[in-house]
Ligand binder design. Structure first.
Ligand code: HEC
Ligand code: HEC
Length: 208
């Protein structure tokens, strides 16, 4: 009896050790994968750079969609400068950043950032335009970007509280056809003029 008991105890011990080791290895891998992101997207994805999107708090599914698009070069990858860290000032882009990522890496990165908080940009929007934008949003965009674009689980990003300069850029990428777009969203955007698009962006930027 005693020997069997000890055997079980040893087994349990090894199992626990194994778990602890796996836990540590995963954490180290994730840390390595997300470390470089912070040099542009800020701490935990809460970008303080106006032209770089806030990514902390997006859904893991949205990460999968976007990072795969960049990796496959199916979307525009504007070149930009690394903003902080040891490579500060060097040029890079999202296609280069994702080119060696495996699907498993993408999954891990998505999980990490989806567990962070979306910290809204500290910026001032044009109140009159934002009011107009709210109406246009409710009529055309709310169906997929629900509650003003605040809901991560819609898997379309979070537009509410995103940086206005980044949103202007994103809209240009859709308009130019360089970024893949849901067919139904394309139809909605096509019937809007530039003033209406500007109003929508001010509305998203007005979330505090
Ligand atoms: C050199 C600076 C830089 C680094 C480093 C960087 N990014 Fe980016 N990232 C950008 C820029 C700029 C954009 C906007 C590009 C565009 O217009 O499509 C972006 C866009 C994104 C988007 C799309 C956001 C959206 O709202 O559609 C995701 C997701 C993303 N980055 C994740 C990451 C992850 C994860 C890492 C680290 C592995 C990372 N980025 C590293 C600059 C960077
Ligand atoms: C049929 C659903 C649908 C509708 C309607 C829709 N969208 Fe989208 N939207 C999406 C999807 C899906 C994405 C993610 C696209 C991708 O893979 O990059 C997206 C992404 C976006 C983004 C980029 C977010 C980011 O972080 O990069 C903006 C901006 C946007 N939509 C604005 C709008 C506006 C403005 C309207 C209304 C005029 C609208 N959308 C209507 C589905 C929709």
């Amino acid at each position: 009896m005693r020997i069997i008991f000890n055997g079980y105890a040893l087994l349990a011990c090894t199992a626990m050790l194994g778990l602890a080791l796996t836990g540590n290895t995963l954490a180290a891998d994730t840390k390595k994968l997300v470390e470089a992101c912070g040099d542009c997207h800020g701490k935990n994805g809460a970008s303080t750079e106006k032209d770089i999107p806030i990514i902390g708090g997006y859904s893991a599914e949205f990460f999968k969609i976007r990072l795969t698009e960049y990796r496959n070069k199916e979307t525009e990858c504007p070149e930009t400068k690394i903003r902080s860290g040891s490579k500060k000032g060097q040029k890079s882009d999202m296609c280069k950043i994702t080119q060696d990522m495996s699907d498993a890496d993408i999954k891990q990165i998505g999980k990490y950032f989806s567990e962070q908080k979306f910290v809204r940009a500290k910026q001032t929007a044009n109140a009159a335009l934002a009011k107009k934008g709210k109406e246009i949003h409710e009529e055309n965009c709310e169906k997929c970007h629900s509650e003003g674009g605040t809901v991560a689980s819609d898997d379309v990003g979070i537009t509410a509280g995103q940086w206005i300069p980044y949103l202007i850029e994103a809209m240009k990428e859709f308009d130019s056809g360089k970024r893949p777009i849901a067919k139904k969203m394309k139809l909605k955007l096509e019937k809007l003029n530039q003033d209406e698009k500007d109003a929508l962006i001010q509305y998203y930027g007005s979330f505090k």
